[in-house]
Design a protein around this ligand. Structure first.
Ligand code: AKG
Length: 233
């Protein structure tokens, strides 16, 4: 899978590798001025909605605002929601072009999340829906308040084949016994204003991520994840 990621992906940024995980993190990929302008523009031009999901018969509002933008036919179900697709907004379209130049991938789908303050959050999950192209990276751009982005091993039901060398799944007993030399322990990345994180295959098969609540955070954060959905399946 790895060889499908064009060489452009490896230019710049800081590589983070663990068994089954490949990330590249660009701190301040956008200048503060550009990041400020984009945060303002996206806050105003995106049709943000607070979606609800039903779990065990009870309806729960998601603790964040969201919007999906995608090319026609490139939507997919997420958290059990059949998403309403919006057309690409001007700012999102411009970013898509820049990320295409950086990575060589044509992103055809974008999830935008707006964390209104530190009470808004995202639970543990992997972006491993069958509609997503497993060979493509996910490009995640953050704007606004810095927030913790947590990662932990957690093999997905869609992972098949042998475990990556050195990989230990996050069974509670294993996590408790983890020592400093175990590369498969949960870890944290702070994602700040203008940062770009590229999550490369096979990360979504073997690791989960979350944005936990942080009550001290009073400002909003926007996050944009650019994805490649397989068409005509
Ligand atoms: O807000 C973030 O950094 C993560 C968003 C995320 O996990 C997702 O869009 O699947």
């Amino acid at each position: 899978m790895d060889e499908a990621v064009p060489a452009a992906c490896t230019a710049g940024g800081h590589g983070i590798e663990r068994p089954g995980l490949r990330l590249r993190h660009w701190r301040a990929w956008l200048t503060p001025q550009r990041a400020d302008a984009l945060e303002r523009q996206l806050s105003a031009e995106v049709p943000w909605k607070q979606e609800a999901i039903t779990l065990y018969g009870r309806r729960h509002l998601l603790p964040r605002l969201t919007c999906w933008m995608a090319d026609p036919g490139c939507g997919y179900r997420y958290s059990g929601l059949e998403n309403v697709l919006e057309p690409w907004s001007p700012a999102a379209e411009q970013l898509r072009r820049e990320l295409e130049a950086l990575t060589g991938w044509r992103f055809n789908s974008l999830l935008l999340n707006r964390y209104r303050d530190g009470r808004d959050a995202m639970g543990w999950h992997a972006d491993d829906e069958p509609e997503l192209d497993p060979a493509a990276p996910i490009a995640s751009l953050s704007l606004g308040a810095p927030r913790d982005f947590r990662l932990r091993p957690g093999s997905s039901p869609r992972a098949s084949g042998p475990l990556p060398a050195g990989y230990t799944p996050s069974a509670p007993a294993v996590a408790a016994a983890a020592t400093g030399s175990n590369p498969c322990v949960p870890f944290n990345l702070e994602l700040a204003h203008g940062d770009l994180l590229l999550m490369q295959p096979p990360t979504q098969l073997w690791w989960q991520h979350a944005v936990p609540r942080r009550l001290r955070v009073q400002r909003q954060r926007l996050n944009l994840t650019f994805r490649v959905v397989r068409q005509n399946r």
